[in-house]
Write a new protein. Structure first.
Length: 93
């Protein structure tokens, strides 16, 4: 196995961990945003960063090699983040 193939295999094995960690961080950002004043820079910045994470993980997780259990966990956390973003006023249709 080539070094590139081993690296790709390692990346695929850690994808779920990366997605879950990033989703948990994004949920933290939505909580910070929801506790900030409506038009404050803090709210706008944290909401935008959480939305960016949602968009990236949604896109990347569709092509990632995940087990059924990992895909379910990532999907559940994506749905939780989606709901939190919608409560902040994001249009995710």
């Amino acid at each position: 196995m080539t070094k590139a193939a081993r690296t790709l295999e390692q990346i695929e094995k850690t994808a779920a961990t990366f997605f879950i960690s990033d989703l948990e961080l994004a949920m933290t950002l939505t909580r910070i945003a929801s506790n900030a004043s409506e038009d404050s820079e803090k709210r706008i910045r944290n909401q935008a960063n959480a939305r960016h994470a949602y968009d990236d993980i949604f896109r990347m997780s569709n092509n990632a090699h995940l087990t059924d259990e990992e895909r379910r966990e990532v999907g559940n956390k994506l749905e939780e983040l989606r709901s939190a973003l919608q409560q902040l006023g994001e249009d995710l249709t």
